[in-house]
Design a protein around this ligand. Sequence first.
Ligand SMILES: [Zn+2]
Ligand SMILES: [Zn+2]
Length: 175
Amino acid sequence: MKLPIFKYHPDPLATGSIEVSDEVCECCEKATGYIYSSTLYAQEEVEFICPWCIADGLAAKKFDGTYIDDYPLINAGLGESVVSEVCERTPGYNSWQQEQWQSHCNDACEFHGDAEKEELQALSGEALDSFLEKEMIKLDIWVNILAGYQKGSSPAVHKFKCRKCPEVLYTMDFD
Ligand SMILES: [Zn+2]
Ligand SMILES: [Zn+2]
């Protein structure tokens, strides 16, 4: 069975947000073979949701929850349809701090999981300057962080891509 298409999270298996699993979805009560591994922010604690109930918005509706904090998107001035697609119909991701879904060119970005060490090492010039400024990190601290950076451990650097231009945005996440 092919996973549903998530416009803003194109490969949730690669990012670890969706995992292969025999668990039964608490929304559709089926074992689809896949389960969401991150959080649904809702009153009720919901442990198992399948990708299909995320994609069609059923689980967000049923449990009155969201997968992603909408504040950064609303703050970026994005329209209601984009905000609801990201927050109610897109798998979120695991982070220690509150996730900060990025936007660019008046659209939400695609989430691409943890950045590779090589691409972070290749960051330079304006791209590096604006990243450090946004994250409020001094260059010498960043050099240290980068030396010990390992994909999947803390600190994490999450990667987002603009859907309309070649811009790539990174966010830092510490535990
Ligand atoms: Zn389901
Ligand atoms: Zn852009």
